[in-house]
Design a protein around this ligand. Structure first.
Ligand code: FMN
Length: 179
């Protein structure tokens, strides 16, 4: 993954789709994009004024992964992942845009059965060092990706059961309906 690390440092636009030796394909395009189509080679997530303020630093080798792991709140998340993808921006800004890309990446991954977890960090500058970043680039989040250890069998429960298990607030508490 040296290629992606240098991508972040040199600010070359990120490649949209990348097959990793772990058998996982990182894609920043919508699920279902025909392979090789222009959209499959780009990150199509929207961003404010289409500034695309992000770079995606992909880390797969043990050496880079362990160094990165030691800088996040829960090192095991990254240390045991198939790979990690940090989303970095200038000064760790544009967090709304980063959230849009992050969630798209997580949903696309899950569509292919790949689980993921965002990781925060106590010292973004230390994480930037571990990612080999230069200039003002700082990480906003480090996404850990991998196949789930156990089969989660999505069809084993109804949408309502999964939703209840997720322990989220009910809609009538979340939504303020002014009529
Ligand atoms: C060990 C562990 C560490 C996590 N660290 C972070 C984190 O640093 N930042 C973050 O936004 N989410 C983090 N998450 C994810 C959130 O905790 C998770 O999305 C939220 O609790 C909802 O859980 P669910 O998606 O499993 O239902 C972490 C999750 C786990 C299991």
């Amino acid at each position: 993954m040296t290629i992606s690390l240098s991508l972040a440092a040199t600010r070359v636009p990120p490649t949209g789709t990348r097959a990793l030796s772990s058998g996982v394909t990182v894609t920043l395009a919508p699920a279902g994009s025909p392979p090789g189509s222009p959209s499959a080679r780009r990150c199509v997530t929207g961003s404010g004024s289409n500034k695309q303020p992000w770079r995606f630093v992909v880390v797969e080798s043990e050496e880079w992964k362990q160094a990165l792991a030691s800088t996040v709140y829960v090192p095991a998340n990254v240390a045991t992942a198939a790979f990690a993808a940090a989303i970095v921006t200038e000064g760790a800004g544009r967090t709304l845009d980063v959230g849009r890309a992050m969630q798209n990446m997580m949903l696309v991954a899950w569509n292919d059965g790949v689980a993921s977890c965002p990781n925060g960090m106590p010292d973004p500058a230390a994480t930037a060092d571990a990612l080999g970043l230069e200039g003002d680039l700082l990480p906003v989040t480090v996404l850990a990706f991998g196949y789930p250890r156990r089969d989660l069998a999505p069809e084993s429960k109804s949408a309502e059961e999964w939703s209840a298990e997720a322990n989220r607030m009910p809609l009538d508490e979340l939504v303020i309906d002014r009529g």
